[in-house]
Write a protein that binds this ligand. Structure first.
Ligand SMILES: [Fe+2]
Ligand SMILES: [Fe+2]
Length: 255
C-alpha cells in the first residue's frame, strides 16, 4: 500500500496569499500535479492537518478546488488551524455540520489507516480525550498492520519552540501504541519538518509541509516580529507499507 502524506498546506484564497512569504495555494497545486504523476501511484493520500490557515469558508473552497485535480482520494486529519464546523460543511458537505471531533479508520489492502483528531479548539497544542483513546484502543485490536495519522506529534521533535506545542499528556496514547505490535507507523504534521523517532516496534514520523517549512530557530526582527518560515521548497512524504515492512522517502518540489 502506498500512502502519500501531504501535510500542513495552510491554504488561504489567492487574494489573501502569501502565507509567511509563500504562495501556499500555488505550492499545493504543484504538489497535486507531482502526486498525480507518481509511479507507482498512491493508494491513498492523507492530509495531516492545518488544511486551512485561518479556518475560513473561502480557504476550504480554495482547497477543495485544488484537490478536485487530485486523481486519488484524499483523507484529512484536523489541525490546530482548522475549524471543524466549516471544514465539515465545505469539505465533507455535511448539512448539519457541528464541531464534533473527526476521527475514523480506513481499511485498505489488508492494512488499517487510523486518522485521529488531536485538535483542542482554541489551542495550538494538541489533545486526545478518553473517548477517542478508548476508540483507538479498539481500532488497534484488529491485529492488521496499522498506521496512525494525526496532526500533533506525540513525542518531542528536538526543537524548543515546537516541543511546547505537541500532543499534551501523551502518556496513555503512547502506552496504547506500544502495546499493539501491529501498529507500525505514526504519521504526524504540525512541525513542518522531517523527523523520525523509534518507540519499540512503532516509528513516529513527521512530514515537511506542502506549504511552508519552519525554522528551528525563529528570527526576531528589529520591530519584534518573528520570522518562523524558511524559503525551502514544498515537500511531501511517501510511505510504502507491505504487511509489517515499510519504507519512506521525502519528495521535494523544485520551489
Ligand atoms: Fe501547520
Ligand atoms: Fe499545526
Amino acid at each position: 500500500m502506498r500512502i502519500v502524506q501531504l501535510s500542513d498546506p495552510h491554504i488561504v484564497p489567492a487574494d489573501r496569499q502569501p502565507v509567511h512569504g509563500q504562495d501556499t495555494l500555488g505550492r499545493l497545486r504543484a504538489a497535486v500535479d507531482a502526486v498525480n504523476r507518481l509511479i507507482p501511484a498512491p493508494d491513498l493520500v492523507v492530509m495531516t492537518g492545518d488544511q486551512s490557515n485561518d479556518g475560513s469558508e473561502d480557504s476550504y473552497r480554495a482547497l477543495k478546488e485544488v484537490l478536485s485535480l487530485l486523481r486519488f482520494p484524499c483523507h484529512m486529519a484536523m489541525g490546530n488551524h482548522d475549524y471543524r464546523p466549516v471544514f465539515r460543511r465545505i469539505m465533507l458537505e455535511e448539512s448539519d455540520a457541528d464541531s464534533a471531533p473527526y476521527y475514523y479508520t480506513l481499511n485498505r489492502t489488508g492494512h488499517r489507516v487510523i486518522v485521529l483528531d488531536t485538535q483542542e479548539e482554541g489551542e495550538v497544542a494538541g489533545w486526545l480525550d478518553d473517548a477517542q483513546l478508548n476508540w483507538l484502543e479498539q481500532e488497534l485490536s484488529s491485529g492488521l498492520p496499522s498506521v496512525i495519522c494525526m496532526h500533533h506529534p506525540p513525542v518531542p521533535v528536538g526543537v524548543a519552540w515546537m516541543d511546547e506545542l505537541i500532543l499534551q499528556e501523551s502518556d496513555r496514547f503512547l502506552r496504547i501504541c506500544e502495546a499493539r505490535t501491529a501498529l507500525r507507523l505514526i504519521l504526524c504534521g504540525h512541525v513542518h519538518h522531517d523527523f523520525r523517532m523509534n518507540l519499540k516496534h512503532v516509528t513516529v514520523l513527521t512530514a515537511p509541509s506542502v506549504g511552508l517549512q519552519f525554522r528551528k530557530d525563529p528570527v526576531i526582527n528589529a520591530d519584534g516580529t518573528r520570522v518562523i518560515a524558511t524559503d525551502e521548497p514544498a515537500a511531501f512524504r511517501i510511505v510504502d507499507l507491505d504487511g509489517s515492512d515499510w519504507k519512506t522517502s521525502i519528495h521535494r518540489l523544485t520551489s
